[in-house]
Design a protein around this ligand. Structure first.
Ligand SMILES: Nc1ncnc2c1ncn2[C@@H]1O[C@H](COP(=O)(O)OP(=O)(O)OP(=O)(O)O)[C@@H](O)[C@H]1O
Ligand SMILES: [Mg+2]
Length: 344
């Protein structure tokens, strides 16, 4: 049931679907809820359906099936009122290079029909929120990548939305600038009690910034929880080790002995590598060596790995997220920025 009124969650999605003309099923019946004040992340590779979902929630495209409510309002039946409640910052940079930061915001204020007498105060307010007060009268072409993105975010805040949608807010930015954007996003939540829905294909971003994440792949939500909980669900640490060549029967006996150790959940092989899943991997490591020694095998190399969000992703989708396509996308984004600059 879709809730209504003040008790409603910030976002409620029930069996939402999108089939594009031509038959591409971009979103295949997803459901989730986002509480007020939450930073919620949609993590997934190219073509997973992240932008499509954001565009349905922000009323830019119509769902093919299912329902969604933002701030208790139906995104189809109440699209106009939904738009007044949300801010949307698209995947592409939307600001105009030829204008100053302030001029971009004035344009945006007019789009949103902010009364003239309120415009200056609103602009000063959002400039302060994204830390651009001092540079607001410089032309955007002289801004760094991070400043442009912050101005983009400021444009999405001018009408004081209670829910902010950020589509790939740090795409193509260097790591330091990405951390800076994270700080501003956290600040919007802590100081302004905003609910934030963001999409990303960066694991570290989802891990560091989001209270909860949904892993989306080919239009389907594969997992949804707090990053720490998702990692815990993998069942433990992983020890990778190799036997020295010629360990033969001794290796087989060692593996058999290890299977009986308390705390060992699973042992498997990937090529030459033996993979042990166990709780408290650091305590298990000496037991691995003991088992080898007792059975006359030698271990050549060993690595202990605690689960990361990458492992969670791999477990749920069978693929690593950091693929070439993601790199290609960053490159495409940088190219767009270069072209905008060259167009002057
Ligand atoms: N307007 C459209 N018409 C037809 N198909 C589309 C359209 N927009 C997106 N698609 C397709 O829908 C699927 C989901 O695309 P979407 O842009 O939502 O993915 P995404 O997760 O945002 O990917 P990215 O990480 O590249 O931004 C893809 O297969 C894409 O090709
Ligand atoms: Mg996208």
């Amino acid at each position: 049931m879709v809730h209504a009124g003040a008790a409603a969650p910030a976002i409620e999605v029930i069996d939402l679907k999108k089939i594009y003309r031509g038959g591409i099923e971009a979103v295949k019946g997803i459901s989730f809820q986002i509480e007020r004040g939450e930073i919620f992340g949609f993590l997934g590779p190219n073509g997973a359906g992240k932008s499509t979902t954001i565009m349905m929630l922000t009323t830019l495209i119509k769902p093919t099936g299912g329902r969604a409510a933002v701030d208790g309002l139906d995104v189809v039946k109440d699209a106009y009122r939904v738009r007044t409640r949300l801010g949307y910052v698209s995947q592409d940079l939307a600001v105009d290079d030829h204008l100053t930061g302030r001029e971009n915001l004035i344009l945006q204020a007019h789009f949103y029909h902010i009364p003239r007498y309120q415009i200056k105060a609103r602009i000063d307010e959002v400039l302060e929120l994204v830390g651009l007060s001092e540079r607001c009268d410089d032309r955007v072409e002289f801004y760094s990548g991070g400043m442009r993105k912050r101005l983009d975010i400021a444009c999405g805040l001018i009408h004081r939305p209670s829910i902010l949608f950020l589509d790939e807010p740090t795409l193509g930015l260097d790591i330091q600038t990405r951390h800076e954007i994270w700080r501003y996003i956290e600040r919007l939540r802590s100081e302004n009690k905003m609910t934030i829905f963001l999409t990303t294909h960066y694991m570290d971003e989802a891990d560091a910034l989001c209270d909860r994440i949904a892993i989306i792949d080919r239009g389907v939500i594969k997992a949804i929880d707090a990053p720490a909980a998702l990692k815990d669900q993998l069942g433990g640490d992983v020890i990778f080790f190799r036997f020295s060549e010629g360990s033969g029967d001794a290796a087989a006996a060692t593996l058999a002995a290890m299977r009986k150790l308390p705390g060992v959940k699973e042992i498997s092989q990937r090529g030459e590598e033996n993979v042990v899943v166990a709780r408290n991997g650091d305590l298990m490591l000496p037991r691995v060596f003991e088992a080898a020694q007792k059975n006359g095998a030698r271990i050549e190399s060993v690595t202990l790995k605690r689960p990361t969000l990458d492992d969670v992703y791999l477990a749920h989708t069978g693929r690593a997220l950091r693929d070439q396509a993601a790199d290609g996308k960053e490159e495409a984004q940088k190219q767009r920025v270069r072209m905008r600059r060259a167009r002057r």
